[in-house]
Design a protein around this ligand. Structure first.
Ligand SMILES: *[C@@H]1O[C@H](CO)[C@@H](O)[C@H](O)[C@H]1NC(C)=O
Ligand SMILES: *[C@@H]1O[C@H](CO)[C@@H](O)[C@H](O)[C@H]1NC(C)=O
Length: 676
């Protein structure tokens, strides 16, 4: 399987062609792929006469990665150039200029690097100032002696580097690199470092000011601690590090220190350009500049993330982050960077940071967790299409298209839409829909920053009908009152009402009645549990009733059932010693046996309804429980809607709620799949 062609690089070359490179059975190969002008052309063709050597563009080994960027007609690639994967290089090829690479066999330049990303960064209006950035992780030369440490790196090159004249011929003369720090301050003053860089996303803030932000995902893999983090760096901090002191080591037995001597002019790392200096080409650089550049590719100062801490962290979970893509969204109260974070178990997290009191104190908010690949394959690529408003997600086993926003998932009510705090979505008076700031619709309610429905959603027209259902429990047996809030941030409380005329009181929890993430578990139902249970979601001081459940208790006439120990949920199975019920109970008992064979939640309720109806047949109780279809039913109280309608309604609720899952914790709920 190693000997097929693994495609490692695909670039948009011009309007009609792609440029693609693959491993070619340990024989790296590249080709122009003709794809036609438009999608309707249905062209996909390789001209065999134009297939070329892919050395220095694609790795030999399918397990190795390459990072590359195509700028004009030139390819910049970070890759292993030999079969064994020992000679790593940053290599420029493909255009008309001679190929150029990093110094060979010099651990100060590159030391077992793993390249994760590469970008073209114009620094001014003058193309001579253009830089190419490479992001990678490597074994840190400056940390040797402490064992083998991996550091995250950013490396820079000038696009117009032509190499040296007498030394560093056809090698970079402007290559510099430094450490990218992503760490969490510890309570005892020692930081926890996320040093294993996995992916970066370069965010062009404004074309005018040429200001950039870099989002990185990095992880930590030690025997005691597992975690991933997203860090955000500003381009100004990156520039400052490259303008800071060079790292210097006098000899083998010396420490790495900041270089104190005189740095030659033009300072290494500066591009030959009329903007900053008087040199036309790196070939004209004085020898002392070239010599200095050769021995000082590493900067002394690292780049710290903005606010000196990650923007999003997950620790001690069974997955790690692999990819990141960011979309900037304009909301009613400002702009938000929505982060889509891919994981190694096939899921995507949708996350924003919201200022708490000020922009310096941010709160992380997990909006959605999507299961994109059912086979849990690691996500290896993600791209946002703003035009189509889709996220494209790739793994070794598939490619998926996921909408950036699905506002309808948050429900129809103003409060639900508001509490979701999704910057893509706002309540338009009737439903939760895509928020577009330039549309002149008056009735748009959105508050990402505070998510406070009290101020936004007051007034009768925002009230939504509380879902109602009826549940049957068997005396002495266990039953479950399911209620899952749509918002991941909500706290759930339960109230109980014996009769409509009685006051509502909070459900008292004990060994017998337990509250779980998904609802209320009554382990042994008693007659006195009959009544109306309401589930309320509390968030930001706003309480909303989500569901009312009327619990009916089917009496058990078997004394052995009520004598069972109270801590065991009772199985209605004669073989387990529960004792068969009386003859007149035979009918409904047989129904319960069916139920044991087919543990299907909705069937449980259906059978219970049947049983209840049969038990009450002849009395007017059945009419109360099953009013004729079409009859108007009051929203609260013991009566319920016609069964089929109720089921439809409940299934809709389930569908909606299953699309969102819970913050951080390993999740028992089934998240949605991308195709849905
Ligand atoms: C794109 O590049 C290919 C390969 O060099 C070339 O054959 C083709 O004519 C180019 N197409 C356009 C529209 O320039
Ligand atoms: C459960 O029962 C419902 C209603 O009868 C049915 O539509 C559904 O397919 C069943 N589910 C399973 C997993 O059997």
């Amino acid at each position: 399987s190693d000997c097929v062609n693994y495609v490692k690089i695909v670039h948009h070359y011009n309007r009609t062609h792609l440029y693609a490179c693959g491993t070619g059975a340990f024989h790296p190969t590249c080709a122009f792929v003709e794809v036609g002008h438009r999608m309707e052309d249905h062209v996909f063709r390789i001209d065999p006469s134009k297939v070329e050597d892919g050395k220095g563009k694609s790795p030999y080994d399918p397990r190795h990665n390459a990072a590359s960027v195509l700028v004009g007609d030139e390819l910049y690639a970070g890759v292993a150039t030999d079969l064994m994967g020992r000679d790593f290089t940053i290599f420029r090829s493909l255009g008309k200029r001679p190929s150029i690479r990093t110094e060979q066999h010099d651990s100060r330049w590159l030391n077992e690097p793993k390249f994760v990303g590469s970008f073209w960064v114009p620094e001014s209006e003058n193309p001579d100032d253009d830089k190419i950035f490479f992001f990678f992780r490597e074994t840190a030369v400056e940390a040797q002696g402490l064992g083998k440490s991996t550091y995250s790196r950013i490396g820079q090159l000038c696009r117009n580097d032509m190499g040296g004249q007498r030394s560093l011929v056809n090698k970079w003369t402007t290559f510099l690199k430094t450490r990218l720090i992503c760490s969490v301050p510890g309570a005892d003053g020692s930081d926890t470092y996320f040093d294993e860089l996995r992916n970066v996303f370069l965010w062009l803030q404004t074309r005018m000011t040429r200001s950039y932000n870099v989002f990185s995902v990095a992880r930590i893999q030690s025997s005691v601690f597992k975690g991933s983090a997203v860090c955000l760096y500003s381009m100004n901090d990156i520039r400052r590090a490259f303008l800071g002191p060079f790292a210097h080591k006098e000899g083998p037995n010396y420490q790495w220190v900041p270089f104190q001597g005189k740095v030659p002019y033009p300072r290494p790392g500066m591009c030959p350009s009329k903007t900053f200096g008087s040199f036309d080409s790196t070939k004209g650089f004085p020898d002392d500049v070239i010599q200095f550049a050769r021995h000082h590719p590493l900067m002394y100062n690292p780049v710290y993330p903005m606010s000196r801490r990650p923007v999003f962290v997950r620790t001690n979970v069974d997955y790690s982050f692999t990819q990141i893509a960011v979309d900037r969204v304009s909301a009613a109260d400002g702009q938000y960077d929505v982060m889509f974070i891919g994981t190694d178990k096939g899921t995507v997290l949708k996350v924003i940071n919201v200022p708490k009191e000020s922009w310096n104190n941010m709160e992380e908010l997990l909006l959605e967790e999507l299961e994109v690949f059912k086979d849990a394959s690691s996500i290896i690529n993600m791209q946002i299409s703003s035009k189509r408003q889709q996220l494209y997600v790739g793994s070794d086993t598939g490619l998926a298209q996921v909408p950036l926003h699905r506002c309808s998932v948050y429900g129809k009510a103003c409060a639900e839409c508001c509490l979701a705090r999704d910057p893509y979505c706002a309540w338009d008076g009737t439903s939760c829909t895509r928020y577009l700031p330039n549309t002149k619709r008056r009735f748009r309610r959105q508050d990402v920053r505070n998510g406070d429905p009290n101020t936004l959603c007051s007034g009768d027209h925002h009230k939504h009908r509380v879902a109602e259902r009826k549940l049957y429990g068997v005396e002495g047996s266990s039953t479950f009152l399911e209620c899952i809030p749509k918002s991941l941030q909500a706290r759930v409380t339960w109230t109980f009402q014996k009769h409509p005329q009685n006051p509502r009181e909070e459900v008292r929890l004990d060994d017998r009645i337990l509250q779980t993430d998904r609802g209320l578990l009554i382990r042994r139902v008693l007659k006195r549990d009959i009544g109306l249970y309401q589930c309320h979601a509390m968030e930001h001081g706003f309480t909303q009733t989500l569901l009312g459940i009327t619990l009916e208790v089917v009496p058990s006439t078997s004394s052995s059932v009520s004598n069972l120990p109270s801590d065991a949920p009772v199985r209605l199975d004669p073989r387990s010693g529960g004792g068969p019920p009386m003859t007149n109970q035979k009918l409904w008992y047989r129904d319960f046996m069916q139920l044991v064979d087919h543990p299907n939640l909705s069937t449980v309720d259906q059978i219970c309804e049947q049983v209840w109806a049969r038990k009450n047949a002849g009395s007017d109780a059945a009419d109360k429980v099953f009013p004729a279809p079409g009859k108007d039913v009051p929203p609260l109280g013991p009566a319920i809607r016609p069964a089929n309608k109720k089921w439809k309604h409940l299934q809709e609720i389930r569908k909606g709620r299953n699309r969102r899952t819970h913050d951080g914790k390993p999740n028992p709920r089934a998240p949605r799949s991308a195709g849905e």
